[in-house]
Design a protein around this ligand. Structure first.
Ligand code: CA
Length: 470
């Protein structure tokens, strides 16, 4: 029982003694907002480039986690982890195609747990990965529309007729259309309808999966017009870490699937400028939808009874490390935005190390539900609301395969170690990376083989073994 749960029990006891029935206290709703491929590129995280006023306003009323890390730096493995409360080595899901129940058939997912406790559980957009949604988790879910289904300009829809069938469409678009011509406006409308139609005598667990700023960067032109060559104001780190293995980067693999992007070699600077602009435009577009969602909560007078979580499923590189997109163990790809608004708790920010796998026990704790009778690999973060300097764990972990290898990363307050082992035999170590953020905040140098770091390396390997078993 955490301090927060104890607090709630004491309140309930006082209510009983004073004649109030605690059962008349309604359970808190949960609004769970997952944003696809959003790194902490937000005003509330210090970005001076992006315009994100609505998320910034939410952050001002919330606890902002400055050091939150995903457990896998790509979409589905990350989501499967935090929606199940298990780590990737426990879900054994490392791709975007494997359905949850194929590997952990009897798991009670986070939304399913709330549904089992009387909540109305609905999902719209990309919550689980699209196409492999989990019907047991919800009363109702709709995981459309897809990323690539809503080009608006003829020049881009026409590409579908002329491009190589293995290619996707153009990686960006700015059409003069209303918000709901593109994906996130459509998802927002479905979410607003859901909020209007929930029974008012039962709490809800509403999950919204916004698709932007995931590729392709499609957003109404008015959001592109908020920026004028924004990359000119961005200081990027051009080179990957010295001493890192060649396979650590992902070579912009996902981006190269799109029309007009070279299949190898450098991403041209002019194209990079447009893509950077598109990522910022898509954040502002998604941010505007979140503004409408939060305004609806206030209009319905339910914000005061609702826990709101906003999270990115993993980070992103925008030419950083001479690379694009996600899928590495480095800070750009594993560090995510995490904002939790609790109507009964104070706002603020914390630099406590936390993981997305902590969301499941945090939300049960935040709503005073019991934990499910199954393994929970995360920890409740509710105590951090009471003491924002509190440390609930000493490290964050991530996992990602690369070819025949599997990479396991441990990130502590000061260091990150990545251990690359053979997938067929985890005892066979291929490569070790170690970064010291006090001496090298941008991960420019792998010091794993430096004599002065041997004791750090050994201690982190032991901690990884103890926690993850590798
Ligand atoms: Ca994603």
């Amino acid at each position: 029982m955490t301090a927060y749960t104890k607090f709630y029990c004491i309140i309930s006891l006082v209510m009983l003694m004073t004649g109030c029935n605690p059962k008349s206290t309604p359970n808190l709703n949960v609004l769970f907002i997952i944003v696809d491929d959003l790194r902490p590129e937000l005003g509330c995280y210090g970005s001076t480039i992006v315009k994100s006023p609505h998320i910034d306003k939410l952050a001002h009323e919330s606890l902002v986690f400055d050091r939150a890390y995903c457990q896998a730096p790509i979409c589905s493995p990350s989501r499967m982890s935090f929606l199940s409360g298990l780590r990737p080595n426990e879900t054994t899901i490392h791709d975007n195609n494997t359905p949850l129940r194929q590997t952990i058939a009897d798991i009670i997912t986070l939304p399913q747990h709330f549904k089992n406790h009387g909540y109305q559980a609905r999902a719209f957009g990309k919550v689980f990965h699209q196409g492999i949604g989990d019907s047991l988790s919800w009363d109702f879910y709709d995981d459309g529309p897809k990323h690539r289904s809503v080009y608006q300009l003829y020049e881009n829809t026409e590409i579908n007729d002329v491009k190589d069938g293995s290619k996707r469409g153009r990686p960006y678009e700015a059409a003069e259309v209303a918000d709901d011509y593109y994906t996130d406006g459509i998802i927002l409308n479905r979410a607003l309808d859901a909020l209007d139609s929930f029974d008012t005598d039962r709490p809800f667990f509403l999950a919204i999966g916004f698709l932007k700023p995931h590729l392709p960067f499609l957003a109404p032109k008015k959001y592109w017009d908020l920026y004028d060559n924004p990359r000119a104001n961005y200081s990027r780190y051009d080179e990957p870490p010295i001493g890192a293995p060649h396979f650590a980067m992902n070579n912009a693999g996902e981006l190269r699937n799109y029309y007009g992007v070279p299949e190898e070699g450098q991403i041209p600077e002019a194209l990079g400028d447009t893509l950077f602009h598109g990522y910022m435009a898509c954040i502002s577009y998604m941010d505007a939808q979140i503004g409408k969602l939060l305004a609806k909560l206030e209009e319905l007078h339910i914000k005061e009874n609702t826990v709101i979580v906003l999270v990115g499923d993993h980070g992103y590189k925008l030419g950083d490390f001479n690379d694009w997109c996600k899928d590495t163990h480095y800070e750009f790809d594993t560090r995510v935005p995490l904002i939790i608004h609790h109507p009964h708790m104070t706002s603020g920010r914390t630099s406590s190390l936390v993981e997305l796998v902590d969301l499941y026990p945090t939300l049960t704790d935040a709503t005073s539900l019991p934990d499910p009778e199954q393994k929970m690999s995360g920890k409740s973060l509710m105590q951090i609301f009471e003491n924002n300097s509190l440390s609930v764990k000493s490290a964050a972990y991530s996992q990602r395969p690369r070819g025949i290898l599997m990479g396991f990363s441990i990130r502590t307050d000061r260091f990150r170690l990545v251990k690359w082992v053979h997938q067929s035999d985890y005892s066979t170590v291929d490569f070790i990376e170690l970064y010291d953020y006090h001496e090298d905040p941008v991960e420019s140098l792998n010091v794993a083989d430096s004599a002065s770091y041997l004791s750090v390396r050994e201690a982190m390997l032991q901690q990884l073994k103890a926690e993850i078993g590798v």
